[in-house]
Each structure stands twice: as C-alpha cells, then as structure tokens.
Design a protein around this ligand. Structure first.
Ligand SMILES: [Zn+2]
Length: 225
C-alpha cells in the first residue's frame, strides 16, 4: 500500500464513514417519530404490495439491524424486527423502499435485472479479489495487476448499477406512501431524509469501488511503460 493507493481510496472511505454516521443518526431520530397513519412498516409494505397485485408475496421478519431487503429469487420481502413492528416514519420509509424493489421486479425494471445478472459474477470477483495477493506469487506482477483491473471493473460496474436501482426504489416508495395516504404530505420531507441517508451509503460504496479500479488502472498503465 503506497500513498498513491490512499489518494484513490480515501474519498470513498471518508464518504463511507460520513454516510454511516449520517444514516445511523437520521434513522435513530425518525424511528422514534410516529407516523400519523399509525401503520407499522410491515403493514405499509403490505398495502403497497397488495395495491400492485402482489397479494401473495410474503413479508417476513428477520433479525439484525437494518437487514431489510427484497429477495428477487424468493420473491419475498424481509424486514428487520425494528422496521417490521415500529409505527414510525423510518420504519414505514424503509419498508416501502423494499416494497419498491418488488415493484421494480414486477415491472421488469431493466437496471434491477442487470443487477441480478451481475450478482454471481460480482460474488466471484469479490472472492477473487481476496485471493489476488496469493495469486501474485504464481502469476507475476504484470498479470496480477491486469487481473485486479478486471475484478475491480466488475465490482465497480455492479456498484454503479446499484445506484439507479436504489434511487428508483425510493422514489417509488414515496409515490406509493403518499398515494395510499400512509404518509401525509407534511411528513414526506422527514421520510425523504431517511431514504436519502440510506442512499448515500450506496454512493460511498460506488466511490470506493471506482477508486480501487482507478488505482489498479494507474498501476496497469505504468506496468506497460
Ligand atoms: Zn434498496
């Protein structure tokens, strides 16, 4: 690790730390802020799914903090206990965001499908990146740099495609929550803050991945001189 590595890596790492702090402070604030409609996260997600005709899609409670996600293979929504049960702006916002991913899936939203296709490739790239240093002893420096460029290009591409998927899920969530009257217009600003804070963590992850890619690209360019 040279100073040059940190030059590329530091912006993403710093934004990542800031995004984590921002998310936990915003979430902790709005998980205590009751939503006027009085719905739990699970009830809000149920209404959104039902309205879209996804009446058979299960909504399950899972352990852990902010472990909420939509599983496109199981076609099911998983909400952390906090968001499943709480009748707060944060819970309703996060749950609606996950329901937004289910709506994307139903509408065959192209970036979501591209992201799903990239999942196995990205998983392979991530494990390969760990083995990269070991591989270096076998391959020699020039080839290992090239391998790193390919691996981090895949990871960066995945993180870039994640952005429209996440922003679109949040905008679908806001529209649905307001349309269904689950969130009142005067509450929507607060809910947007929770969703924006969550989105920032994805921007940071993208910046980290691009920073790593640029670093190895710079190394690769130099190795050819
Ligand atoms: Zn999401």
């Amino acid at each position: 690790m040279t100073w040059e590595y940190w030059l590329f890596a530091l912006p993403g790492i710093l934004l990542g730390l800031y995004a984590q702090m921002k998310l936990s402070s915003t979430y902790n604030r709005y998980i205590r802020e009751p939503v006027a409609s009085g719905l739990t996260g699970a009830e809000a997600a149920r209404e959104i799914l039902d309205r879209a005709g996804l009446t058979n899609m299960p909504i399950e409670e899972v352990g852990g903090h902010l472990t909420d996600h939509y599983d496109p293979r199981k076609k099911a929504l998983f909400l952390s206990s906090e968001n499943y049960r709480s009748r707060s702006l944060a819970a309703v916002g996060v749950a609606a965001h996950e329901a937004g991913h289910a709506l994307q899936h139903k509408d065959a939203y192209a970036p979501l499908h591209l992201r799903m296709m990239l999942v196995p490739v990205t998983q392979f790239a991530s494990s390969a990146s760990i083995g990269l240093m070991l591989l270096g002893f076998v391959l020699g420096m020039a080839k290992i740099v090239l391998a790193a460029v390919v691996i981090f290009a895949i990871i960066a591409l995945f993180q870039i495609i994640t952005l429209p998927v996440e922003f679109n899920a949040s905008s679908r969530a806001k529209v649905q929550l307001l349309d269904l009257g689950i969130v009142q217009p005067q509450e929507s600003h607060a809910m947007s803050r929770v969703l924006s804070a969550a989105a920032l963590t994805y921007v940071a992850a993208m910046l980290q991945a691009v920073g790593q890619l640029l670093y190895f690209l710079a190394l690769f360019n130099r190795s050819r001189d």
